[in-house]
Structures are given as structure tokens and as C-alpha cells.
Design a protein around this ligand. Structure first.
Ligand code: BES
Ligand code: MN
Ligand code: ZN
Length: 488
């Protein structure tokens, strides 16, 4: 679907379907007035007989003689409309439009007139919700039956002052859609090799991009023992994908992004139960997030340098697989006692975090579907942030609010560190039942000494259910963070 902005008067809009926002209790509607008496009369009749009241989420179709459908979308009381309600209402109405015969849809919501949502945020919400609602996974369907009703074009009505926000949202939507594709693509196809080739294609599209892919032999020479231990039970050999974007002067320190790219997580020898194991194809959503953020940053041409690291590894049980009890030497030289092969994400991340420091980044952010405990703590609403760097949580929180892709902080207090101490190595790879998300963060913190660093656990936000699949979160938050950094 093509997304563009529109400013033209509503009465000349040619879209098959035009969606208009309406607040409850509002006597008139300037969009309706513009559309002429044919539509206005229908609207007034609906209001009069209370078929339509403007209640939040309510939709009323009106029909123009030439076949155009005008859908009036209820937004509730003007002073009660929250960001979440705006997002959800838009999502619902575009999802319905995508299932209808409409091929071109325009959405007019007076984005600068909300009491509690600033115009830029409203623009982003509506654009992101629309793109999200239109997405349909078809990558592995032979018979694409829905294709003929698919939306071809979406126009979002914005004022001049919102065009920058619209552009940003459009780039975020590109990143989100890349991330959703990667997340949903099945693990027999979305292998480390596939992720490397996908990233290569991205890099080849833009002169300011470079790519370097390390294979397992190179990583072995370098001594990335922890990452390789996880991959050694799989026939799909690990890759380290390094995507680089040069958007600023060479001497400007890059922002480093690290994304967990477990293309399938069986748990390894500490095998996961069978039920819902298929969902562990999403265990590369950290990788999908940083690749999505990269796509968006490049599309926006942000004046920053970016380095994106994706350790792409499959965690399988096999005669060669690593086992509980193994002591592994990580790339940093620190040793790790493996107590559970299912705590593999931190094993591949620790070597990647160490590697990223060689590039002297100004800040490192890692994204990972790291712990089931994170889903217990925060559900599907917020990604968890852990950091010891002053101000970094505040920056991520602000970016999350601006893009409606929110995060919440968990403490990385030193008191938790002792849970991963062990007799047999410098640390063990699990911290027991209490605070499982935090002890995973503690583990990573031991590889980021002296760095400005934050860890983002996205186990609850990267996907919802099998039906809806990958959400593309938190690409929007990450992109907003990068935009904000580029403006500092
Ligand atoms: N990929 C999982 C985390 C996960 C679980 C994400 C469920 C989303 C939904 C991770 O590799 C894992 O298995 N973590 C273990 C850690 C434990 C062994 C300390 C977990 O959360 O159970
Ligand atoms: Mn695991
Ligand atoms: Zn995992």
C-alpha cells in the first residue's frame, strides 16, 4: 500500500472511501458541510434518528451518487479522546476498509484539533495505525485470495505543520512492515543466511549504507565462544550481520543497535515444551526491530551514523549442541557456566555487545525477546527498559510516548547481580525464578562496563497472538529515539 499525505479540499478527493472524524455532541461537521447537500442530508438524518451519535469507534457509512463511500468515524467526546483510543479507532476503521472493496482510502481527522493529543503525535498515531491495520501476511500463501480487495493507496489529510511528522511516521511504517515480515516469516526460511541476505539487499539500495557479514569460521577465529556455543547444535550456521549507515561526518561516533536474532529457539538440550513452540520463530524480533529502525533511519536520511549488529543464530538440540554444565569462554574473555541452554539470547548478545564496543559507539541499545518473565511483568503493553546510564531511560520513554510504542523501566540494581554468581565460572547464564527479566539484564550489564547502554526486553511487545503475528514493535519507538538524537 502506498501512503501519502493530502491537503486538498475534501470535496475534490477522489478516493473510493473517505473517512471523516466526528466528535460526540458536535452539531455540525465542517468536512460534511464541504461535501454538499447530498451527503449532508444523509448525515443529518442519521444524527436525528440517533443511528449515529459519534460514540467512540462507531462508524456510519453515507453514500455519494458517484459511488464514493463516506464513512463518519465516531471519536467520542472531544475532551475524552486518548492517544490509545485514537490509535484503536483508526486501526479498526482501516481494517474494515481493507476488508471492503475500497482500493483507495482517504482519512480526514482534523489532527490539529484534539484536546489532549498534540498534532504531531496525532499524525503519527493515525498513519501508523492505518499502516498497521492494512498489513496482511501473504508471504507464504500460494493462493492469495484477499489480494483483489487489498488497499492500494491511503491518503492522510494533514496541515503544513504536520508534514514532517507524517514523513517520520511513513518511514516508521516502512520499518514496522519490514520487521513484521521478518518476524512472521517461518523459521525454515528465515534462517541466519536469509537474515544476512535480507540485510544485504537493504544495504545495496543506498550509497550511504555498508554491510559486513561474519561467518562462523571468522567468529571462531575471533573467539566469540558464547555466540557459537548456541549455534553449534544447528545445521544453519550462525552469522553476524553488521549494517552500517553513514549519515553524518566520519568522526561522529555511531549509535550502535544490537538485536537478538535467534531464528528459532527450541530451548536446545533444555528443550522447551511442545505447545506453542512454533512461536519461537519470533525469537529474532530484536533483530527485526533494529533492521526496521535502520530502514526507517535510512529512509529519513537522518544525520547520524548508525551501526546495527544482528547475531543470527538457531538454537537446536543435537549431538553437537551445547549442554547444561558447559563452561564457555565469551568473546570478552569472561567465562559463563551454562545452566540452561534455553537462556541462549544473553549468550549471543554478550559477544555482540563486546564486539560493538570496538566501534566506539556513543550509545548502545539492545533489543531482545529475552525472557518469558517480561511478559508476566508488563504484558503486551510495554517493552521493558533496563539501564544504568543517566537520562537514557527518560529518552526512550519520551520516544515511546511520541510514537505510542511505550516502554517501562525495571531496576538494574546491583543487589540482583549475586543471583548469577557461580562457583564454576565468572557467571552463570540464569538467575533463578525471582526477577528473571532483571537478572538477564544483569548478565548483559557485565559486558557493557563503561558504556552508555540500555537493554530493551521486547518479549511481550514484539508479537501478540498467533493470529495477529508480529507487531513490528518497538520499531516506531526506536525510530523516534533516533530522530530525537539526530536533532540534539
Ligand atoms: N526466547 C525466550 C524468551 C521468551 C519466552 C520470549 C516466551 C517470548 C515468550 C528465551 O530464550 C528463553 O527461553 N528464556 C527463558 C530463560 C530462562 C531459561 C532463564 C525463559 O524466559 O523461560
Ligand atoms: Mn530460550
Ligand atoms: Zn530465546
Amino acid at each position: 500500500m502506498k501512503i501519502k499525505s493530502t491537503q486538498q479540499a475534501i470535496n475534490t478527493n477522489q478516493a473510493d472511501q473517505v473517512i471523516i472524524g466526528h466528535f460526540k455532541g458536535q452539531k455540525t461537521n465542517s468536512w460534511i458541510e464541504e461535501l454538499g447537500s447530498e451527503i449532508k442530508d444523509q448525515f443529518i438524518a442519521r444524527i436525528k434518528n440517533k443511528d449515529f451519535t459519534g460514540q467512540t469507534g462507531q462508524a456510519q457509512n453515507l453514500y455519494a451518487a458517484k459511488g464514493q463511500v463516506i464513512t463518519v468515524l465516531g471519536l467520542g467526546k472531544a475532551d475524552k479522546l486518548s492517544a490509545t483510543a485514537l490509535y484503536e479507532n483508526t486501526h479498526k476503521i482501516i481494517q474494515a476498509a481493507a476488508k471492503s472493496r475500497s482500493q483507495t482510502v482517504a482519512i480526514y481527522l482534523a489532527l490539529n484539533e484534539f484536546d489532549d493529543i498534540d498534532p504531531e503525535q496525532a499524525t503519527k498515531l493515525v498513519t501508523l495505525a492505518s499502516a498497521h491495520a492494512e498489513y496482511r501476511y501473504e508471504d507464504t500463501k500460494a493462493y492469495k485470495k484477499d489480494n483483489k480487495h487489498k488497499l492500494k493507496e491511503l491518503e492522510v489529510a494533514v496541515n503544513d505543520s504536520q508534514t514532517a511528522a507524517f514523513k517520520q511516521a511513513k518511514a516508521m511504517a516502512s520499518g514496522v512492515s519490514a520487521a513484521r515480515h521478518l518476524g512472521n516469516y517461518p523459521p525454515n526460511v528465515c534462517t541466519p543466511k536469509y537474515i544476512a541476505s535480507y540485510a544485504t539487499k537493504i544495504a545495496e539500495k543506498n550509497k550511504k549504507c555498508e554491510i559486513n557479514v561474519l561467518n562462523h569460521k571468522q567468529m571462531k577465529k575471533m573467539g566469540m565462544g558464547a555466540l557459537l556455543a548456541v549455534g553449534q547444535g544447528s545445521a544453519n550456521k550462525p552469522k553476524m550481520v553488521v549494517l552500517k549507515y553513514n549519515g553524518a561526518a566520519q568522526d561522529q561516533a555511531p549509535i550502535a543497535l544490537v538485536g537478538k536474532g535467534i531464528t528459532f529457539d527450541t530451548g536446545g538440550i533444555s528443550l522447551k515444551p511442545g505447545a506453542n513452540m512454533d512461536e519461537m520463530k519470533y525469537d529474532m524480533c530484536g533483530a527485526a526491530t533494529v533492521i526496521g529502525g535502520f530502514v526507517a533511519a535510512v529512509e529519513l536520511g537522518l544525520p547520524i551514523n548508525l551501526l546495527t549488529f544482528v547475531p543470527a543464530v538457531e538454537n537446536m538440540p543435537d549431538g553437537k549442541a551445547y549442554r547444561p554444565g558447559d563452561v564457555i569462554t565469551s568473546y570478552s574473555g569472561k567465562t559463563i557456566e551454562v545452566l540452561n541452554t534455553d537462556a541462549e539470547g544473553r549468550m549471543i548478545l554478550c559477544d555482540t555487545l563486546t564486539y560493538s564496543q570496538e566501534f566506539k559507539p556513543s550509545v548502545v541499545l539492545d533489543f531482545a525477546t529475552l525472557t518469558g518473565a517480561c511478559v508476566v511483568a508488563l504484558g503486551h503493553q510495554a517493552s521493558a527498559v533496563m539501564t544504568k546510564t543517566d537520562g537514557l531511560y527518560d529518552d526512550l520513554k519520551a520516544a515511546g510516548l511520541q510514537s505510542h510504542d511505550r516502554v517501562w523501566e525495571l531496576p538494574l540494581w546491583d543487589e540482583y547481580q549475586k543471583q548469577i554468581d557461580t562457583t564454576f565460572a565468572d557467571m552463570q547464564n540464569i538467575g533463578g525464578f525471582p526477577a528473571g527479566t532483571i537478572t538477564a539484564g544483569c548478565f548483559l550489564s557485565r559486558f557493557t562496563d563503561g558504556q552508555k547502554w540500555a537493554h530493551v526486553d521486547i518479549a511481550g511487545t514484539a508479537w501478540n497472538s498467533k493470529k495477529d503475528g508480529a507487531t513490528g514493535r518497538p520499531v516506531a519507538m526506536l525510530t523516534q529515539y533516533l530522530i530525537n538524537e539526530s536533532q540534539k
